[in-house]
Design a protein around this ligand. Sequence first.
Ligand code: ACM
Ligand code: ZN
Length: 490
Amino acid sequence: MREPRVVPYPASVVLTGGEYPGDPAAPENRPETLRPDLYGPEEYKLVITPDHIEAEAGTERGLFYALQTLRQLSGAGLAVPCMEIRDRPFFPYRGFLLDSARHITGLGDIKALVDAAALFKMNAFHWHLTDDQGWRIPIERYPLLTEKGSVRLSSDFGKVHTGKHYGGFYTKSELREIVAYCAERHIDVIPEIDMPGHMTAAISAYPELSCSGKQIPVQTRQGIFPDILCAGKDSTLETVYGILDEVLDIFPSKHIHIGGDEAPKDHWRECPACQKRIADEGLAGEEELQRWFVAKICAYLREKGRSAIVWNESLKGGVPCNDMTVEMWMDRKSLCPAFANAGGKMIVSPFFYYYMDYPYAMTPLKKTYRFNPFVKGLDERGRSNVLGVEGSLWTEHIRDYDGLCMMAYPRFAAIAETGWTPPAQKNYIDFEDRFEALSPLLAAQRIFCAPRKDWNPGPLKRIAGTCSFFANNFGRGQPARSGGAEEEKP
Ligand code: ACM
Ligand code: ZN
């Protein structure tokens, strides 16, 4: 195993001989110097000699990352070789997504996941707070969003049918508590209010938001649903702006995720208001109407000094605005590379490699680790516009904290290493050993990782695990993501 036993592996390491005998993370052993003239915003230097340790960085964030390196060196409980580390991330964006709409994770457990992400120098928590199956953020101006929209009558994900009400939401003070907790760990919280699709919960509370205005229940199943926001009515935009005002008040992050994925256009095709909007705005059809809608929201956020992130489907009707960031999860037509090549920013989160709700049988650790974020179709300019990577914990099939941990770790650490470590320094076998050496430290932080024997199942286990995942979780009317354009016909 290479020294240091640190994940992500640092950009540059020079072993200088000898060992440091004390606890490297003890504060008295760690004089810190801020030198903004010498270091970039996330960069740091550590000098470990037999009798002292020095940390230097340009910012508090850099010093925080130096401390995470020392905490890892300390947590392994082994002698620390003397060395000089010069370290900075390969990508500026290293995120993780938690879906709190399908199943809710408690504040204490979220904090444990945030602590682990910080330990691996991740810097963005993408919090998926609204979806068809539940609305989890209170909006005072629209109280029914949580009063009605946070409760579903049952949970019917795959073969699981509870027949019981499931509901809940985070109070504004709890949301702020997580924002503050993350800020102390140099992690931005990026809330996602997914629109115009994945809005069943909101429409169940305020039916006038949809084209038909019909009363519908909060969804109890997974899937892609036809009731989406009506883009023809001005009142929809006013409501969305009102919601965003309160979202922005809680979350100071520059970036706000506005979803934009999986929005079937059946209702827009039949809606007089949507068709009138298409005609009035000279749009070529429903995909262009989504482009128009997303552009409106982008402009609203821009006015407030923020910037939108959207899922890749929002490029289908053309580019809504140039200053947004696109998050690529499934992009068969390579719209994201074209956007990045033309100067747009891009986050890479391919479902086939980085969706952690899939079992290790489908997405072994090796596959996640070896994924190259410079996807096909990027030219040199496009590569420079890849902001970074994000791993996603969708929770239709993950119902509890232990499940979240096992699915996330070590795969999130693999994504963190891809986000931080220069490709030439990455090494899979070595990563496995370095990660395993950190297990006691993670267990002390309540992160219970999948055991090593499960990280890369053999061919038979992969087939069996994949078959049983699909058999248990995707029946009729419950599409897997693999189809992409599949839209559920209820
Ligand atoms: C997504 O997985 N629909 C973003
Ligand atoms: Zn409409």
